[in-house]
Design a binder for this molecule. Sequence first.
Ligand code: NAI
Ligand code: 13P
Length: 342
Amino acid sequence: MHIAVIGAGSWGTAITAVLGQKHHSVRLWVRSPELSRQIQVSRENANYLPGCKLPQSVLITPDLKEAAAGASLIVLATPSHAVRQTVAKLSSYVSPETILVNVAKGLELSSLKRLSETIVEELPAIANQIAILSGPNHAEEVALAYPTATVVAAKSRKVAEYIQDAFMQPYFRVYTNPDIIGVELAGALKNIIALGAGIADGLGFGDNAKSALMTRGLAEIARLGISMGANPLTFAGLAGIGDLIATCTSSHSRNRRAGLMLASGKSVNEIQTETSMVVEGIRATKAAYQLAVKQGIDMPITNQIYQVLYQNKSPKDAVFELMTRSRTHEVEEVALHNSSWD
Ligand SMILES: NC(=O)C1=CN([C@@H]2O[C@H](COP(=O)(O)OP(=O)(O)OC[C@H]3O[C@@H](n4cnc5c(N)ncnc54)[C@H](O)[C@@H]3O)[C@@H](O)[C@H]2O)C=CC1
Ligand SMILES: O=C(CO)COP(=O)(O)O
């Protein structure tokens, strides 16, 4: 099996280590020729994941053709904003048998499409071989071979199981799920709530606030997801609550860290300038805000974070507005009709 990993940020590098320990033919595409040379020599990506040694067998290259041509499995590990353009460049190296798994978490801002939808548009010939891998997976911990679990979602069970087998390691356990919509939306939208978790921590709130934010955050993620065709149970799984717990509580989370910076009064521009790594939640908040309007779905936390990011609202005012909204039920009206109070 020849595997290409496209993108050498933290996650692409950690995934290359996982796959390189198991497979002989793994190629890593690095956008910057200079960084590619450095990794080739040191076997380590000092810019994005220092300390993670890549096996000698892994080929490191800045040449997309050399990485991807002839690959039976392509792992797409760029940030979400680069997915469409990267896939378009890959199209000449994809064969009718190629399987592609996207590991970026986000939405396309210009179209509000899920990333798998944009990939299918660019690679219609392999539409049924496109999958998503998502879950509570910080690259820093995967690099240390700490026990980790994740989910691969694909239309076809055969494709999902092919990817499951390719990735499975004693420290990296992969589950399958046919719900691409749910897995993909859960991964993209949890980053918004992670910004909120950072804000809550930065303002000095306690466990009650964090717990309420995560629980009600998941409720609005699920509400939007279900309106778009997701399976509600996916949000109770690794890609849903699992990823939300990891990202809202971890010191590794870039989105949570960005939330801390927002609480300290920094603007979005300042945060993006000071952070060399991608903070997906900043774009995801704008996309989800627009999607919620389009779908007619109430997403109060997303709405407040949107105002903090893009309309200069103070985090404290956002918290006050969330806490003093008009009273509501915990469970959706439609579900209340099926439950048992009188
Ligand atoms: N870091 C992590 O632990 C995890 C990250 N992810 C997701 O994986 C995706 C990639 O994240 P990271 O590897 O963490 O990013 P990173 O911030 O560590 O690195 C970003 C990488 O993207 C490259 N890049 C930036 N703009 C590009 C463009 N226009 N075209 C091609 N490449 C470009 C950079 O050169 C760099 O290699 C994100 O969607 C992230 O949410 C998912 C799970 C875990
Ligand atoms: O999705 C991720 C880990 O699963 C990465 O995003 P954060 O760094 O914000 O947690």
